[in-house]
Design a protein around this ligand. Structure first.
Ligand code: SAH
Length: 251
């Protein structure tokens, strides 16, 4: 069994996972702590990437080239773009694109070195992630998140979907940008700041990957959710639950 690389963008999201890691060693490179050990029975390297495409790409490159992981799973939060998604729903990316990649004369979002606008995640890992996330949100998530926060976030019957995740170095919180993304990105579900960068690194190294996101906000100006509270009271449980369920499903 090859080592699995796990990346989250924020402290709160990796905290519960580091607590569950066994025979853990820590190695620090470029200011990042890489936790090496056994997580839910699988050989794993867990790391916080920090926010943004460059930070995520650097982290993924180190996982692959220095720690020799055989696959990468990213879990974090995202802003919903598909209007049928609500806070607390989950998205597993089958395609990713860099929505801030625009070169005059080239198709929208095309990455010059690859001549591709969209990169595909690993089919098997993505399907397993979808099943794992479904299991977690249907059976455990509502028990993990304290009742008063479920109410505050208006989470009732969360669902998981598969679709396109768009990434860029911008926190999206306005209606016009939201609408622009909805109209220009094929089958877009949500927007965040790391997934497509991890996808490009994995694509170039030919490593399978999956991107898992929980919707934390509507990526528009009527976002009333307290983002920090959502990370603290919902996203940290989601990340642990989704990763635990997924690792248990891997052979
Ligand atoms: N106040 C926070 C900001 C986090 S940036 C802080 O200072 O720590 C947002 C993070 O959540 C990124 O890692 C991104 O991937 C994800 N995200 C959630 N909602 C988003 C949105 N609407 N637009 C872009 N990224 C979003």
């Amino acid at each position: 069994m090859m080592t699995i690389g796990i990346i989250c963008a924020m402290d709160e999201e990796i905290e519960l996972l580091t607590q569950d890691m066994q025979s853990e060693q820590v190695q620090t490179i470029a200011g990042r702590n890489f936790y090496i050990g056994t997580l839910y029975g699988k050989q794993t390297v867990l790391v916080k990437s920090h926010i943004g495409k460059v930070a995520a790409a650097l982290t993924a490159s180190l996982l692959i080239d220095h720690f020799c992981v055989g696959s990468i799973i990213f879990s974090g939060t995202a802003g919903g773009i598909d209007p049928t998604l609500h806070v607390g729903d989950a998205v597993i990316g089958d395609l990713t694109c860099q929505h801030d990649f625009k070169v005059p004369g080239d198709p929208l979002f095309q990455i010059p070195v690859l001549k591709k606008s969209y990169l595909k995640s690993d089919c098997t890992l993505t399907q397993l992630a979808f099943e794992a996330v479904n299991d977690y949100i249907l059976h455990e998530m509502l028990l993990d998140i304290p009742e008063k926060h479920l109410k505050a976030f208006h989470i009732q019957t969360p669902k998981a979907v598969i679709g396109t995740i768009a990434s860029g170095d911008e926190f999206i919180c306005d209606k016009e940008k939201n609408q622009w993304l909805y109209e220009h990105v094929q089958n877009i579900k949500c927007v965040e700041m790391e997934g497509a960068a991890v996808a490009q690194v994995c694509y170039e190294f030919q490593i399978p990957f999956a991107i898992i996101r929980i919707i934390s906000d509507g990526a528009n100006d009527d976002t009333h959710i307290d983002f920090d509270l959502f990370i603290e009271e919902a996203a940290r449980y989601f990340t642990k639950g989704a990763i635990k369920t997924l690792l248990n499903k891997l052979s």
